[in-house]
Design a protein around this ligand. Structure first.
Ligand SMILES: [Zn+2]
Length: 100
């Protein structure tokens, strides 16, 4: 599981190695959005799943993205549900982000 700051995040680029040893790089857009106005953390949660295919061997992976009002996490699992070691290599935030 990799942690990221979910506030105003627009895209996340991740990288992992497929079992065929091909490096898979994927940019996730259309990310889940936490409800920052929720009364508690549980109510603020949102999740999403993104299918990712290895361009070399076609193996299917799923990236699960979880966000709440405090943090974001993501993980990648293979078709057998085994977690794959994933790295976040780039995160783009919306320009509207405010520093407070
Ligand atoms: Zn592959």
């Amino acid at each position: 599981m990799k942690n990221f700051n979910p506030i105003a995040v627009e895209t996340i680029t991740i990288k992992f190695d497929c079992s065929c040893e091909t490096e898979v790089v994927e940019t996730l857009s259309d990310l889940p959005i936490a409800n920052m106005y929720a009364d508690n953390v549980a109510d603020s949660e949102d999740t999403d799943e993104h299918p990712i295919y290895c361009l070399d061997c076609g193996k299917e992976y799923t990236c699960y993205v979880y966000v709440n009002m405090y943090e974001g996490n993501l993980e990648v699992k293979d078709e057998n549900g085994n977690e794959v070691d994933v790295e976040i290599i780039d995160i783009q935030y919306s320009e509207e982000i405010t520093n407070d």
